[in-house]
Write a protein that binds this ligand. Structure first.
Ligand code: SRM
Ligand code: SF4
Length: 542
């Protein structure tokens, strides 16, 4: 699934070799040259790997059409930015499409290498960046999608997420300090109560927690007094974050993040991110890419040593974690109409089937955000969209907009929670086609069954788990199955994933179900475990 590039246990892998020869970010200065050369004449390592440092992904499935992965801090963009993304896609006609990703982000498809200089100029003009969004970099930083809108939130994460991105990317220009990590790295930060970001599946996550022990804490660091001063500035509230580390999915191993046993005030979050990344950058394994994610380093050192190294980089000791975090709500999906904390205003979440968008949809979303809201658009990790700041007075007209008949604010019980990775249409790791199959499957199930609750079904095309099957009620992971002695497209079925408060990962419950036999298997699981019932018409057919 994953090209490990491993040579021997002690030597560095092939990815490390090409990174040492030339830093990935170096391609930023060569875009004009690549555009003139064309994809076929380019150096293959630049094309297939280094271009990912500027968010440009060679797709072997469609070699002349690249994918571009943006950065959308906290999943927020403006209508102007959405329009520019639409404009880029529009020139590719039927070849151009976009996907909302499982990290609150947007990917564009159909991109031709000769257009890159123009595309980067357009991005720059509206403050968009795609830098450091692939390969051994920190991915899009996720935050609560209703940050600043939700009356029950404990902290508005928007500014912190932007600050972390600015630190990592030198305000979108690219930052060589963090362009050669041993492997990819995920960061999430939430100030809401429902763990909307899936904190547990990030290498580094910050979850809200009040600390009562600030006044009694004795710092052991040499400059403990300085630390105390900063923390005490915040002690009027004692609000901050407990830190989780090491969560990740990979083909070899999946683990939920574990507590660092550390609490941090909001003003120290950026410095903690920097410290953790420096420790990972300088100590993470560069031998075997299957064992390079942060958790492997934590395993090797133990959590106490890891924490001590982070504190050393930080230059002060961290307070112990608050005894309890404030994630005490079930996860919300934000679809529908909700009052904002700003009186007289609402946010409306609508469902984008499997996250797929086309240029005309994006223009329309930008228009709706401007006409009815403040021009702001938000994305969720469920691959859906929220338009905030719609006044009470304009809500009814907004809800009558034709786009909402396709992108429903109240979709069916399976449709509303459906998530899917890219799959075989564009991804060469895929073992199965996902997005179209995911939609067809739930449409057939919804036709035959009635539901009393939404059921979260996640599809992922291979064990890399981009579609997060382990967080789902029912997770479907592409595999090769056998039927009548032949290899056919199939899935392993995961069950038991729990999100929101007390989140935990699901595990594989049934292996190797051929996709063509999946429908009755899912129907049975939905009836047995999720209270679904056969409709009268379906009973008659049986
Ligand atoms: Fe992913 C690699 C798509 C979220 C784990 N992922 C890939 C590549 C780049 C492989 C490739 O070159 O084809 C896929 C690009 C396909 C394409 O054309 O779109 C890809 N990953 C995606 C997206 C688009 C899935 C989606 O449809 O939403 C998500 C983009 C997020 C973003 O905006 O940055 C995406 N990937 C994830 C997640 C979920 C998450 O972050 O919550 C995971 C599991 C969590 C994690 O990383 O711990 C994930 N992707 C992987 C892995 C396995 C990593 C590992 O340690 O082994 C790979 C393979 C690799 O890195 O070697 C991978
Ligand atoms: Fe591609 Fe999906 Fe596998 Fe990720 S999980 S690598 S998007 S097929």
């Amino acid at each position: 699934m994953t090209d490990t590039g491993t040579t021997t246990k002690t030597s560095v892998n092939k990815f490390e070799k090409f990174k040492a020869e030339k830093d990935g970010l170096a391609v930023k200065a060569e875009i004009e040259k690549f555009a003139a050369l064309g994809w076929e004449a380019m150096d293959e390592t630049d094309r297939d790997h280094r271009l990912k440092w500027v968010g440009v992904f060679f797709r072997p499935v469609t070699p002349d059409k690249f994918m571009m992965r943006m950065r959308m801090p906290n999943g927020i963009l403006t209508s102007d930015q959405m329009r520019v993304l639409a404009e880029v896609l529009q020139r590719y006609g039927d070849d151009g499409s976009a996907d909302i990703t499982t990290r609150q982000n947007i990917q564009l498809r159909g991109i031709r290498i000769e257009d890159l200089p123009d595309i980067f100029n357009k991005f720059h003009a509206v403050g968009l960046t795609s830098v450091q969004s692939g390969m051994d970099n920190v991915r899009n930083i996720t935050g609560d999608p209703v940050a600043g809108l939700d009356a029950d939130e404990l902290f508005d994460t928007r500014d912190l997420v932007q600050q972390i991105q600015d630190m990592l990317t030198n305000k979108g220009q690219g930052n060589p300090e963090f362009t050669n990590l041993p492997r990819k790295f995920n960061i999430a930060i939430t100030g809401g109560r429902d763990n909307s970001v899936h904190a547990e599946i990030n290498d580094l996550a910050f979850v809200p927690a009040f600390h009562s022990a600030l006044s009694t804490h004795t710092s052991t660091s040499p400059d403990g007094d300085a630390a105390r001063t900063l923390s005490e500035q915040h002690s009027a509230l004692n609000f901050g974050f407990n830190i989780l580390v090491g969560g990740f999915f990979s083909a070899k191993r999946c683990d939920a993040a574990i507590p660092l046993n550390a609490w941090v005030a909001p003003e120290d979050v950026v410095a903690v991110c920097r410290a953790v990344l420096e420790v990972f950058r300088d100590n993470g394994s560069r031998a075997n890419r299957l064992k390079s994610r942060l958790m492997w380093l934590i395993d090797e050192w133990g959590i106490d040593k890891f924490r001590a190294e982070v504190e050393q980089r930080l230059g002060k000791s961290l307070l112990p974690a608050a005894p309890k975090d404030e994630i005490d709500w079930e996860k919300r999906d934000h679809l529908g109409i909700y009052k904002q904390k700003q009186p007289g205003f609402n946010y409306v979440g609508f469902h984008v089937p499997v996250g797929r968008l086309y240029a005309e949809d994006m223009y329309e979303i930008a228009r709706l955000a401007e006409v009815y809201g403040s021009g702001e658009i938000r994305l969720t990790v469920e691959q859906n969209i929220i338009i905030p700041n719609i006044s009470d007075g304009s809500l009814a007209t907004f809800l009558a907009e034709p786009l909402l008949t396709r992108f429903s604010i109240n979709p069916g019980a399976l449709e509303r929670s459906l998530v899917s990775c890219t799959g075989a249409q564009f991804c060469n790791f895929a073992l199965i086609e996902t997005k179209n199959r995911a939609l067809a499957t739930i449409q057939a199930l919804e036709a035959d069954l009635t539901f009393t609750q939404p059921v979260r079904i996640h599809w992922t095309g291979c064990p890399n788990s981009c579609g997060q099957p382990q967080v789902a009620d029912i997770g479907l992971m592409g595999t090769k199955a056998r039927k009548n002695g032949k290899a056919v497209e199939g899935v392993d079925i995961y069950m038991g994933g729990k999100v929101g408060k007390d989140a935990h990962l699901g595990t594989c419950a049934i292996k190797g179900v051929p996709c063509e036999d999946l429908q009755p298997v899912l129907q049975e699981l939905l009836i047995k475990h999720f209270g679904a019932e056969l409709k009268q018409e379906a009973l008659v057919e049986v």
